[in-house]
Design a protein around this ligand. Structure first.
Ligand code: FES
Length: 102
């Protein structure tokens, strides 16, 4: 049964930034794209780099290790489409709280 877990305060993650959060034992990369929040598995599906440390360009995060690019809104790998996508998690904002469904 999925649970909504508070992972951050909206003010902790300004637009255009990301942060590493933990929800129920899972490490997630939380992104703020123009005021909308998205969460994906922090571990890059290629070799496990931390995607929360990747460079962000709009809704795209660039993996810090080998440069694969993921659309954070849907987890899709853009660099080599279709081979490995990032797992995404629904995000809900309630007041100042950012919650992730895991
Ligand atoms: S670990 Fe992310 S592209 Fe290789």
């Amino acid at each position: 049964m999925p649970a909504l877990i508070r992972v951050a305060n909206v003010y902790d993650v300004p637009p255009g930034s990301s942060t590493l959060v933990e929800a129920d034992g899972q490490f997630l990369a939380l992104f703020n794209v123009g005021g909308t929040f998205y969460a994906i598995d922090d571990a890059c599906p290629h070799q496990g780099a931390s995607l929360s440390e990747g460079e962000i360009r709009g809704c795209v995060v660039i993996c810090p290790w080998h440069g694969w690019e993921f659309d954070v809104t849907n987890g899709k790998l853009l660099t080599q489409p279709g081979i490995l996508n990032a797992v995404t998690y629904p995000v809900v904002v309630e007041g100042d709280a950012v919650l992730v469904e895991v």
